[in-house]
Design a protein around this ligand. Structure first.
Ligand SMILES: [Zn+2]
Length: 309
């Protein structure tokens, strides 16, 4: 068994995970985002009843492989804290840490929709977008601890392919926005739920939630249709590039937008129309594990829990 914590900016989700993916002793406590001793103390207290078990952590941040410092925008107290080393010193146990999007992809490989696949790029379509790359059942480590970040790098710089009678009008409305990462034109600026709402405004719509926009789109609304044409054009191109580079044989899709089957199907179509390899079946599949993905992926970080073949 492995003790696992899925740490976000609001809560620490904690559980003991069994080799078959069952969880025990699950509980959530608030994340002490501004207080490093309290942060360490909260994790140490959660683990205290099981002194010999490893602790594996999925976190909304990136651990620098050289310093062990975690960059986590929503957890400022980690800025000077080599978390794994401090936890090892404090609790005397094995500690392993990975990015939560990477853990999501890893969980889907070992317990979810991507079982049996060797090359897997998982995507999260949530408030923003994220991703994780798993090869041979292991997370692929990257430069500076970063892999899978397909939402960042300037991509939205050209008009989408002409489509329908309003192609010229759409081309004049290229959604070139500044991104939170400091660049401009990242896919992340048009991809997530908030970005989709902004894109709808840019395409001439009135303020609506992403959920309402997607409902309008599915019922044939013209304005929503224009918005999704733009979205699918850029997202399809970006993800096609990822598939060509990684060779992924399945793409688990998580996140709020990822729950909308019609959107996943439309993006799958847009991607498969743009990749080099012709495929007959879908590449994109809705993720299976929901809110358990972080914990279950964390459980698979070490040699302790192996994939069942
Ligand atoms: Zn960016």
């Amino acid at each position: 068994m492995i003790l696992c914590a899925d740490i976000g900016g609001s809560f620490i989700d904690f559980a003991m995970v069994h080799p078959d993916g069952r969880t025990d002793h699950r509980r959530a406590v608030p994340t002490p985002v501004d207080d490093a001793p309290a942060f360490i103390g909260a994790l140490a207290a959660l683990c205290a009843p099981w002194p010999d078990m490893p602790l594996h952590i999925a976190i909304a941040g990136v651990e620098c492989p050289d310093t062990g410092i975690i960059r986590a925008a929503n957890i400022p107290c980690l800025q000077t804290l080599p978390l794994a080393a401090r936890l090892r010193g404090e609790t005397g146990r094995i500690v392993r840490i990975a990015n939560d999007a990477d853990c999501f992809a890893l969980a889907e490989v070992h317990f979810g929709v991507a079982r049996g696949h060797r090359t897997v790029f998982g995507i999260i379509l949530g408030t923003g977008i994220g991703g994780g790359f798993v090869l041979g059942g292991r997370i692929v480590p990257g430069l500076g601890g970063v892999t899978g970040e397909w939402g960042h790098a300037p991509l939205v710089i050209l008009p989408p392919a002409p489509h329908g009678e309003d192609a010229a009008a759409i081309a004049a409305q290229v959604p070139f926005f500044r991104c939170g990462c400091g660049l401009s034109g990242c896919l992340d600026t048009i991809a997530g739920a908030r970005a989709l709402e902004r894109l709808y405004l840019r395409a001439g719509g009135s303020p609506l939630t992403s959920r309402a926009i997607l409902q309008s789109w599915q019922s044939g609304d013209r304005q929503a249709g224009r918005t999704l044409d733009i979205w699918l054009s850029y997202m399809g191109a970006g993800l096609a590039h990822v598939i060509n580079v990684t060779g992924s044989t399945i793409v688990p899709v998580a996140g709020g937008l990822g729950n909308v089957q019609a959107l996943v199907d439309a993006l799958d179509h847009a991607v498969r129309a743009r990749i080099l390899t012709a495929t007959t079946g879908p590449l994109l599949r809705r993720a299976a594990l929901g809110k358990d993905a972080g914990l279950l992926g964390a459980a698979c970080l070490g040699p302790d829990i192996r994939a069942e073949d």
